[in-house]
Design a protein around this ligand. Structure first.
Ligand code: CA
Length: 157
């Protein structure tokens, strides 16, 4: 039996590394989950979890409900590692305004704030809130009004 060439070994190792990268890639558990909002001026809440950043635009613009809220139902309890929030692409949501609290809940009644989007966050530089493994079925953002492109949720491993 002939030993495999070093080229074949390198190719096999590269393929293995690629497989491991995909296996370890974090899955956005909010994608295509049921999403609701306090109101809709433009767009639709479902577009905030459609897996697409609406570059130069946005997915949902609520009314100025003071506070407006957006919520996604993960349809099961997960330990939340990170919530990532992509703002609007045509302007800034929170140029000089208070932070956007990020809350989690098991029942959509009792909420726990796990962090907040502070300062300016955009499509190219989304807000990243680390939730420390907090158990949650629901994730909610509140603000005087909301204009969002995408919300991603990642669980701990
Ligand atoms: Ca989107």
């Amino acid at each position: 039996m002939r030993a495999p060439s070093s080229g074949k070994i390198k190719l096999a190792l590269a393929a293995l590394a690629l497989l491991l990268t995909f296996a370890r890639a974090r899955q956005n558990i909010a994608r295509n989950r049921p999403a609701t909002a306090s109101s809709t001026r433009f767009g639709h809440p479902s577009a905030v979890v459609n897996g697409v950043v609406e570059w130069g635009s946005y997915a949902l613009h609520t009314q100025a409900d003071r506070p407006a809220w957006f919520m996604v139902d993960l349809q099961g309890t997960h330990r939340i590692d990170e919530v990532r929030v992509y703002g609007r692409g045509d302007a800034l949501l929170n140029e000089d305004a208070p932070p956007v609290p990020v809350e989690v809940s098991l029942d959509a009644h009792t909420w726990k704030q796990v962090g907040a989007c502070e300062g300016v966050f955009t499509q190219a530089s989304p807000c990243q809130v680390h939730a420390g493994g907090a158990p949650a079925r629901y994730v909610r953002l509140t603000y005087p009004y909301l204009v969002l492109s995408e919300v991603e949720v990642f669980e701990t491993r």
